[in-house]
Ligand binder design. Structure first.
Ligand code: ACO
Length: 363
């Protein structure tokens, strides 16, 4: 029997520090009216000195696990979706896995820019559909502010920091991730890029002086491609799930620009009221944007069993994706799991680290 990956927990975390459009007016040649009318953003959250992608991700993940009433030690896998990892090495997923105490879980990072969360959701759903794994955390965190040139008004008004997470569990019921469509166009790589600090162009004093470690973007080119790609992917994801636009309860899309969402809405023929928006408060939080809007929405209790949600995103690469997610009867699924006696070995480390050897010992 085909198993589905259902969302049983959700959580998000944003830094406390708020930077408003007015605050930016004091720094660069911009104004609240331009930012608001061109983007739909009023303010964004910016990570403080002690906050990192992994620390925001860990808090979001803890909230998702608490929501699912699931101990971290029962997770099989941590997928960390991010464009702005704490380090190139080690991966952020392992830092989150360790901070959570997910002692049985594998962990890795996945980077498809702002589309990373939907790619992570697709990967997690496949592990569950094949029967390989039972419980997976997909967490997306970003500290885009650390890669933003705060003197570049073309980009610095757009981005914000934050994290969102979901717990995926196996179910035999017809719910959870029903379909996914993934896309990429590597020939448009120049539209959104961080040119230096990778292996192709390692950081040097010159690259730093030229600001090549910051995000650069050709906004209007991305705008057109984003609308086309998200609309096409959404239509295909709905068809794969056997659903029509009218069946969609709400669209939880990448929060990059309200005008992009308006154009996508018009192309899809979905009522604007069905688009859930939080970019006015958070700006574009990259990979974190879709789980952040999903978590806020689900936390209000608005998602009901059987509701079909359309998730869509696009980002650097370029990459894009859409997914149809049917909300499960989360409380019933958690109660059934809790009623089953969880084998004792699931509560302890499956592969304890032999710290003397510095490696995990396989059992
Ligand atoms: N304040 C005031 N004026 C500005 C600002 C600013 N912050 N930024 C640009 N301008 C000026 C430009 O210099 C230009 O002036 P000019 O006409 O004298 O040359 C003018 O405003 C118009 O600029 P455009 O780029 O044409 O403005 P546009 O309407 O395209 O809006 C925007 C720009 C908001 C960036 C839009 O193109 C957009 O949202 N694109 C998508 C970007 C995006 O979503 N990127 C991220 C996706 S991937 C990811 O999420 C990581």
């Amino acid at each position: 029997m085909l198993r589905h990956a259902v969302i049983t927990g959700w959580g998000h975390c944003v830094p406390d520090r708020v930077v408003t459009n007015k605050d930016l007016e004091a720094r660069i040649a911009t104004n609240d009216e331009w930012i608001w009318t061109r983007t739909g953003i009023r303010e964004r959250r910016i990570a403080g000195p002690g906050e990192t992608t992994s620390s925001l991700s860990t808090i979001a993940a803890r909230r998702a696990l608490a929501c699912a009433r699931l101990p971290a030690a029962t997770l099989d896998l941590v997928i960390s979706a991010t464009t702005t990892p704490d380090h190139l090495l080690p991966n952020t997923g392992s830092l989150v896995q360790q901070a959570l105490g997910a002692t049985r879980a594998g962990a890795f990072d996945l980077n498809a820019a702002c589309t990373s969360f939907l790619y992570g959701l697709a990967v997690g759903a496949q592990f569950i559909a094949t029967g390989a794994l039972e419980r997976i955390l997909v967490v997306a965190g970003e500290t885009l502010s650390r890669f933003t040139n705060w003197d570049d008004r073309n980009t610095c008004v757009l981005f914000g920091d934050g994290a969102g997470a979901v717990v995926l569990e196996a179910t035999d019921e017809e719910c959870g991730v029903l379909s996914t469509v993934l896309g990429s166009a590597g020939d448009a790589d120049h539209l959104l890029a961080i040119e230096a600090s990778g292996s192709a162009k390692p950081a040097t004093a010159e690259t730093l002086a030229r600001g090549e470690h910051f995000i650069t973007m050709r906004g209007s080119n991305i705008f057109k491609l984003a609308v086309r790609a998200m609309t096409q992917a959404a239509v295909e994801a709905l068809a794969k799930a056997g659903l029509a636009v009218a069946d969609v309860r709400a669209e939880l899309a990448h929060q990059a620009n309200v005008r992009i969402l308006r154009s996508t809405q018009a192309a899809l023929g979905l009522p604007w009221e069905k688009f859930v928006i939080n970019l006015d408060r958070y700006g574009n939080t990259g990979a974190a944007s879709v789980p952040l809007v999903l978590s806020e929405y689900a936390s209000t209790g608005a998602a009901r069993p059987g509701d079909d949600f359309l998730l869509a995103s696009f980002g650097g690469g370029l990459t894009w994706a859409a997914s149809v997610v049917r909300w499960g009867d989360v409380e019933a699924i958690i109660r059934r799991r809790e009623a089953q006696s969880v084998p004792a070995h699931l509560h302890g480390p499956k592969r304890p680290i032999d710290r003397a050897a510095g490696v995990r010992t396989l059992q």
